[in-house]
Design a protein around this ligand. Structure first.
Ligand code: SF4
Length: 420
């Protein structure tokens, strides 16, 4: 789009202050009528980056004749994928030349990158275990709201932000210790389980337990316990600080060694005359675990898997999804908190595909220069993303021209019995 495509209109100046730029949520356009402005957060981001005070407002009042007494509205229109037209716009108060120049410049910047694009969305970052625990927690809090039983959710309560908000609204309390739990309360165990000690302590107390431990974690816990009972030493393959590590290793005190790199297998001391089993920690990607298992097998050739057929594919599926979305995109937008290790991990996966990556914590973090040569945008959500942020990013991008959206999610399904 060229500068010539940008129109300058006079609009009623009601409420627009000198020194500020108003980004409209809706405008009245003499050519197209009432238009929405989904790209407003992008325009506002550009203006705020230049230090301009910005406010959103509905400017859908009838544009007036071009007189000096009215506010100046700069506007460019784009077709929408679902039909109709949207506007990219900004306005300044009458006689405020500096704000008018900033408003025009911001609209020009975004007009330059308006165009038709495809968007490839990576599926939800939340696995079935986390979603199940979140839904059990919200259900428990709903059932007991106002009923005299306080609901406590034990950490780490990894769950979507919408569930965290719902739990807060319902009065549930997230805690990391049973000491905080009052008698008669309802206590929810999280997806990655609790230690054997904590489970036993809960059993001794006057509390009702809702066990939302993911079945794959529960199976690994039982496998560790069973292997130890057979006199085996268990090599737990995964990071020591993972949420499932203590809940699994506590099932066989003194008989579990946690190994998170192939090099560390050299330092493992297992066996002592008994057998050796290994266990891939649920939640640890298969690809990361495979070289460690291989190193352990070299050291302990008789070692056998403690759970032959139960593997959590969620992290591998997620990694594969992100990689393939990045592979098909010119730019990968990773939506999340820059301080989060999950967000950095998602960025690294996308970079492995050789794709340009931008980590954004808000739609306003998208800059026009990021989109300049881009036809296909990948979007992957980190577990650290604020609730609804990915949807807001999609909505904002949909205001820059026709945007076709596809979602990709790799999923490994169990087909037991289907091959016989
Ligand atoms: S074991 Fe897998 S599916 Fe279960 S909670 Fe952990 S990551 Fe999710």
């Amino acid at each position: 789009m060229s500068r010539a495509d940008i129109r300058e209109l006079a609009v009623p100046s009601t409420g627009i202050q000198r020194g500020e730029v108003v980004v409209p949520t809706r405008v009245g356009d003499p050519v197209h009528g009432l238009l929405s402005c989904p790209a407003g957060p992008l325009v506002a981001g550009s203006l705020r980056a230049r230090g301009r005070p910005v406010r959103f407002a509905d400017l859908s009042g009838e544009p007036s004749a071009d007189t000096d007494a009215d506010a100046r509205l700069f506007l460019v229109t784009c077709p929408r994928e679902e039909g109709g037209t949207s506007a990219v716009a900004a306005a300044a108060a009458p006689g405020d030349a500096l704000s008018a120049a900033a408003a025009r410049a911001a609209v020009e910047d975004w007009a330059a990158v308006c165009g038709n694009r495809s968007l490839l969305l990576a599926g939800s970052p939340w696995c079935s275990g986390a979603l199940h625990a979140a839904s059990a927690a919200v259900q428990a809090a709903t059932d007991h709201q106002g009923g005299g039983h306080q609901v406590y959710v034990l950490t780490p309560a990894a769950m979507p932000p919408e569930a965290v908000t719902a739990l807060g609204d319902l009065g549930a309390i997230v805690t990391d210790a049973l000491d905080d739990v009052e008698p008669g309360a309802v206590v929810l165990f999280p997806a990655h389980g609790v230690t054997a000690e904590l489970r036993a302590e809960a059993g001794r107390r006057d509390v009702t337990v809702i066990d939302a431990t993911c079945p794959l974690v529960a199976t690994a816990q039982a496998a560790a316990s069973g292997a130890a009972e057979r006199g085996h030493h268990v090599l737990l393959v995964g990071p020591p600080d993972h949420a499932a590590t203590d809940p699994i290793s506590s099932q066989a005190p003194g008989r579990v060694s946690v190994v998170d790199t192939p090099a560390k297998t050299a330092a493992v001391s297992a066996g002592n005359g008994g057998g050796v089993s290994y266990l891939l920690q649920p939640g640890f990607p298969l690809e990361a675990g495979a070289p460690i298992v291989s190193a352990l097998r070299s050291r302990y050739p008789a070692a056998r898997p403690a759970v032959p057929a139960e593997t959590c594919y969620a992290p591998s599926d997620r990694a594969g999804t992100i990689y393939s979305v990045a592979l098909g995109s010119d730019l990968m937008l990773v939506v999340g908190d820059p301080r989060s290790s999950d967000a950095r991990h998602v960025c690294a996966l996308a970079r492995d595909a050789g794709t340009k990556v931008a980590l954004i914590g808000d739609a306003a973090d998208i800059k026009p220069a990021m989109l300049a040569p881009v036809r296909t945008i990948g979007v992957a959500e980190s577990t650290s993303a604020a609730g609804g942020l990915a949807a807001r990013v999609l909505d904002a991008l949909s205001g820059l021209g026709r945007l076709t959206v596809a979602q990709r999610r790799l999923s490994t399904e169990k087909v037991a019995g289907a091959l016989g």
